[in-house]
Design a protein around this ligand. Structure first.
Ligand SMILES: [Mg+2]
Length: 372
């Protein structure tokens, strides 16, 4: 076979704090311990959204990005508190300091999540599993919080691994078990597979990695465009993206492709409201405020336009996001058009420079032999 992708083998740890905001609140305020606690917008306010729910609250089905009103319906006894970002940021810096004892190759994804490349660790520990254990222990001892860790040879698998034994988990997926693991993974868990693509895959009878693996690269590209090549690699566990320290966030947003074209302004506004909630939730999670909002509209003929509006002060409240997106939408002459995709993003973050998830593919490189 031609151009078979080569896996670059690294030692990657993905660390994800368990129910971070809620855990910090429960640590700092004993009266919240053992309680269903929701950090985020208050249910009485308009458009309040759950940022993080404690594990006690999750038992009632409360999840991030859910409206706070809905969370209150699910658990009328839940306690709601507003986030204290200054406190989370401070803890986040301390976590980062713990990471930096082991490596300088740290790529934070948010206040509570980061990739670490420990292929060459500073203390010459050598074992990525041991390093992950030590980091978890240090977080427990020094910060009185728990983290989950995923250990593997690349970012994609490490990130999926950290989610497996949550909370306080540690999961290693080694080179010999990656393919088997990927074959059993449901398609919606694959990086970059959104709900429309997942739906399309299921209609094609593709439910797991094993189903995807049956398709050639050409077939995948034919059905899924450029992403097809990425799926072809990732289903074989191949992900050569590097851990990138010091990456700055340029914009953050969300978009949705609809199964049917939207034809009325009312429909478009309904969808914009939903997208705005996702954008709002992400901004909250990454503690970002932007000064420019951009609306993206793709029509059924694939023609695409963007419209933006800038403000003098940075914002991240749901009301401004919704209002601005709808004003921009109304100004595009939305009558007699068919819209297949809408997106909202914020940019111009000023001095706040947290890292984000925008992922980049890198080319194949040399194969290393490695012990975990
Ligand atoms: Mg987390």
């Amino acid at each position: 076979m031609q151009n078979e992708p080569i896996q670059i083998i690294r030692k990657i740890i993905h660390i994800d704090m368990d129910a971070f905001y809620a855990s910090v609140e429960q640590r700092d305020f004993p009266e919240y311990r053992g309680k269903a606690l929701v950090v985020g917008g208050l249910p009485q306010g308009r458009g309040g959204v759950v940022a993080t729910a404690s594990y006690e609250a999750r038992k009632f089905g409360i999840r991030s990005a859910m409206s706070s009103k809905r969370a209150l319906q699910l658990c009328p006894d839940a306690l709601f508190v507003r986030p204290r970002f200054a406190a989370y940021k401070e803890v986040s810096q301390k976590i980062r300091e713990i990471f930096s004892r082991y490596t300088d190759l740290i790529e934070p994804l948010s206040l509570d999540e980061a990739y670490l490349d420990v292929t060459n660790d500073k203390l010459n520990i050598g074992s990525a599993i041991d390093i992950a254990k030590q980091i978890k222990q240090a977080i427990k001892d020094e910060l009185n919080l728990t983290a989950s860790a995923g250990v593997s040879i690349n970012k994609f698998v490490a990130k999926i691994a950290s989610d497996i034994n949550k909370p306080d988990g540690l999961k290693f997926i080694g080179p010999s078990s990656i393919e088997d693991f990927m074959e059993r993974l449901p398609v919606e868990k694959f990086f970059g597979v959104g709900k429309v693509t997942a739906q399309k895959m299921k209609q094609m009878g593709l439910h797991t990695g094993a189903d995807l693996k049956n398709l050639t690269e050409d077939e995948l590209t034919r059905h899924f465009g450029k992403a097809g090549r990425f799926y072809y690699q990732i289903v074989r566990g191949i992900d050569n993206r590097e851990v990138q320290p010091h990456r700055e966030t340029k914009s953050m947003g969300a978009e949705d492709t609809f199964p049917y074209d939207l034809t009325t302004l009312a429909e478009m506004e309904t969808e914009l409201d939903k997208i705005a909630v996702i954008v709002y939730d992400r901004l909250l999670k990454y503690n970002l405020k932007g000064r420019t909002l951009t609306l993206k509209v793709k029509y059924s003929n694939f023609k695409q336009i963007t419209r933006n509006q800038s403000f003098t002060t940075a914002f991240n409240d749901l009301e401004t996001i919704c209002k601005t997106a709808k004003q921009l939408m109304a100004a595009t002459n939305p009558d007699d058009v068919k819209v297949r995709l809408l997106g909202i993003s914020l940019s111009n973050f000023g001095d706040i420079a947290l890292k984000q998830k925008e992922e980049k593919e890198t080319g194949p490189g040399d194969q290393l032999s490695i012990t975990f």
